[in-house]
Design a protein around this ligand. Structure first.
Ligand code: SAH
Length: 375
């Protein structure tokens, strides 16, 4: 009999689990706290559960986070974990400390089906969705590694971004379950403003998102018109910019708080989408959408056919939008020395991983190397 992995169950699902087992629903709260606040994996250590219940849980359930293959720490404090999931594939999770906050970049799928032309993940194709346990497991692992299950931990995770590998809205149910756990006061208790879902624009799913959850939204736009976006983000041919922005505005309208804004992500690629005319067109395009704009200098990876934006073009782009009244931020490169920056994640470490995977394959274990590219 296979055991249920309780790690990925939301409070409601855990309540159902206990009810189906003939137990009281409030057990869910106790067990959530043990798993996500104290990092406990052993039912026998859950001292506020009776002996009988502990034995019953040990026989029918488990708490199984993904396995950490390696951990690297950068001089600037950035940490990167290579995490192996069921089936042998790996994803990467990155922790980025900044003044007053710590952000964890989390993956939602192994590979990605969208094949954006500037993204390394797309080049490897789609493997499978991560389970809710594998998604929240990345946060569990990072929290444990940073000492966060102890009260006096200094390296806290205050923000999460679904900007790792994969398209979160194409793994809707598992991602929503993980987001719920991130915000649950009995689990990680993160504020909804500090939990961000980033999407390339799966419009029907975005239309559904606002009905089920309230998190911050980032849209990977990357182009100010459909002709250019069709090339960079092929999904645009199905859901063009006008429908995407309309859906994003509708999402904002569903939220109780009227002052929320969308983050528009725009990866700047040398002489592709970084011209003054693009900046002006973008400013026009976004006029009716409450947003701030996050510019991401393109990070190269092996096999990439684009070049990073020139510093002068980046500044010009930013200034044009700022003059039009937009809040514009530039995503700085972090974790350079451990190849943990956006777009670098597929590079050095994974070359190394790939080598060791080849090794293992030769040894007959036959595992699939997987790379991730983060935002
Ligand atoms: N599929 C979702 C989640 C991935 S987020 C989405 O598209 O939003 C990943 C972010 O990383 C994207 O916004 C993209 O801007 C950025 N990105 C991908 N490849 C990049 C690269 N080579 N250089 C810089 N940023 C990149």
């Amino acid at each position: 009999m296979s055991r249920v992995n309780l790690l990925g169950l939301t409070a409601a699902q855990l309540g159902d689990f206990f009810e189906a087992a003939g137990e009281r629903r409030f057990r869910a709260t106790q067990v959530l706290k043990w798993i996500h606040q104290r990092g406990e994996l052993d039912f026998q250590a859950m001292s506020d559960l009776g002996r009988g219940l502990r034995d019953k849980l040990a026989a029918s359930a488990e708490i199984r986070p993904p396995e950490v293959v390696s951990e690297q720490r950068s001089e600037d404090g950035t940490c990167k974990w290579l995490v192996r999931v069921v089936g042998g594939s790996c994803v990467e999770t990155v922790y980025i400390p900044e003044r007053g906050r710590g952000t964890l970049c989390i993956s939602s799928q192994i590979g990605c089906a969208l094949d954006c032309s500037f993204c390394a993940t797309g080049k490897q194709g789609f493997n499978r969705d991560l389970s809710a346990a594998e998604i929240i497991g990345q946060l569990w692992i990072a929290r444990r590694a940073l000492g966060g299950f102890a009260d006096d931990s200094e390296q806290r995770i205050t923000n999460t971004v679904m900007m790792g590998m994969g398209e979160p809205l194409l793994n809707f149910d598992n991602v929503v379950a993980a987001l719920r756990l991130m915000m649950d006061d009995n689990a990680y208790g993160l504020s909804k403003r500090r939990v961000t879902l980033s999407t390339a624009g799966v419009v029907p799913m975005l239309d559904r998102l606002g009905d089920v959850i309230d998190v911050s939204l980032a849209i990977s736009l990357h182009a100010p018109n459909d002709a250019l976006r069709d090339q960079l983000v092929p999904l645009n041919r199905k859901y063009p910019i006008a429908s995407l922005l309309a859906s994003a505005r509708a999402y904002l309208r569903k939220l109780p708080d009227t002052r929320r804004r969308i983050t528009i992500e725009y990866t700047l690629i040398d002489r592709v989408n970084d011209g003054a005319e693009h900046a002006r067109e973008l400013g026009e395009l976004l006029r009716d959408t409450p947003c701030k704009i996050n510019l991401i200098p393109f990070n190269s990876f092996s096999g990439a056919s684009y070049r990073p934006v020139a510093p002068a073009a980046l500044n010009r782009f930013r200034d044009i939008l700022a003059r039009q009244g937009y809040t514009v931020t530039v995503r700085t490169t972090r974790g350079d020395d451990i190849a943990a920056a956006c777009g670098q994640l597929a590079g050095a470490v994974n070359d190394r991983t790939r080598r060791s995977e080849r090794y293992r394959q030769r040894a007959g274990e036959g595992e699939q190397p997987v790379k991730m590219i983060g935002g």
